[in-house]
Design a protein around this ligand. Structure first.
Ligand code: UDP
Length: 361
């Protein structure tokens, strides 16, 4: 049941890549899932996204311009950078012009400009922050928003919140998934999975080393974001039983992922959430993850996977040896209990109600 009356919502997507390209990482699926959760509750949703974006069932306003680079590669001291003919600037210019037609704007971009612009808009802006603290400039702009608009910032996990000085003042909303899109697979083949952008902060090399030590094939899915990084891994582990399977749309990915014995999650950084953990659990696939960040809040150690000491391949190998102790049905049940679209819809509506009540006051 709706906890608020139907709203007109304008979603502003990430500006690092078109929806459907994979360049936006987990944000792309998060945006799609939230649109679906809120559309199911009769809210009207319009999405503003870079040209080339694909998202069936929702109106997408495609905006041209040059893409932003990703914040995770730039270092703490990085200045705010904008290309000429910036798609980010163009998206927010569009939002400025149409804002009067909407009750609320929801920002998905982890970038300085949307936070900076917040007080200049008449329509309230809610920001769903998709990464932990990365640069001082963006931290400062988010901190300013939470001071001026105390309800405006939501994050995905407590671990992500802990990376920000002001994290205790942010709302934590988790995430939600259309679980009907994921089929339970009771009997896997003898293979492990790794799913994510192939980029240094994701620590793929540890999963490759663990697969080699365990002698079990590892299948890798995701956007090849950093090609030299991937070639280095191939050079370092020439005999590892790994295959790169490309980037698949959700329907095909879940079919393949479901056939694996476990998902390995080996991030070097504090993963804000880790969508792929829920996608694996939804297929009945246990998750072996480093014990930090979002995955450490998702995996129930010994029940739906194993949490192991970060950055240590041996821990991964030991956990792989124990994978059959995990009941795959329990994994699916956890996804259903904690990460449904309905539960996420409730949390998003409660958040929006707080923002709108404050605005009315
Ligand atoms: N993904 C996908 N196809 C693939 C591999 C990955 O659609 O072949 C998606 C996956 O569904 C997930 C996202 O890529 O939503 C990765 O998100 P995650 O939150 O795990 O990490 P991020 O990239 O945001 O750091």
């Amino acid at each position: 049941m709706n906890s608020i009356s139907p709203l007109k919502l304008l979603f502003l997507s990430t500006s690092v890549g078109p929806l459907g390209s994979g360049m936006g990482g987990g944000v792309e699926l998060t945006l799609k899932n939230i649109a679906q959760a809120l559309g199911d509750r009769h809210h009207t949703i319009t999405i503003v996204a870079p040209s080339g974006s694909l998202l069936p069932s929702f109106p997408v306003i495609e905006i041209s311009g040059r893409l932003q680079s990703t914040a995770q590669s730039e270092g703490r001291e990085a200045w705010v950078a904008m290309p000429s003919e910036s798609v980010l600037a163009n998206m927010w210019n569009y939002a400025r012009q149409v804002q009067a037609n909407y009750d609320l704007i929801l920002n998905f971009a982890y970038d300085w400009l949307p936070f900076y612009l917040t007080p200049f808009f008449q329509t309230p802006i809610a920001h769903l922050v998709s990464m932990g603290s990365l640069t001082d400039a963006i931290d400062h702009s988010i901190g300013q928003v939470i001071t001026d608009f105390p309800s405006a910032i939501a994050l995905h996990s407590r671990a992500q919140a802990a990376t920000f000085e002001f994290g205790d003042r942010c709302r934590v909303v988790g995430n939600g998934f259309d679980l009907s899109q994921y089929q339970f697979c009771a009997e896997p083949k003898n293979a492990l999975a790794w799913v994510g952008r192939l980029a240094p902060e994701k620590g793929l090399e540890d999963a490759v080393a663990a697969a080699q030590a365990a002698g079990i094939p590892l299948k890798i899915w995701g956007v090849l974001q950093d090609v030299p990084y991937w070639h280095d891994i191939c050079d370092q582990y020439p005999d590892a039983p790994v295959t790169y399977e490309g980037f698949l749309p959700t329907a095909a990915l879940q079919q393949e992922l479901g056939k694996c014995r476990a998902l390995l999650m080996t991030p070097r950084w504090v993963e804000a959430f880790g969508n792929v953990a829920i996608e694996a659990l939804a297929c009945g696939v246990p998750v072996i993850a480093y014990d930090r960040g979002g995955p450490a809040e998702i995996v129930q150690n010994g029940k739906t996977g194993w949490l192991v000491p970060p950055d240590r391949v041996k821990g991964l190998v030991d956990a792989i040896a124990k994978i059959d102790q995990i009941d795959r049905r329990t994994c699916r049940e956890q996804a259903e209990q904690d990460y449904s679209l309905a539960a996420m819809g409730d949390r998003m509506e409660q958040w929006f109600a707080t923002i709108l009540a404050r605005k009315a006051a």
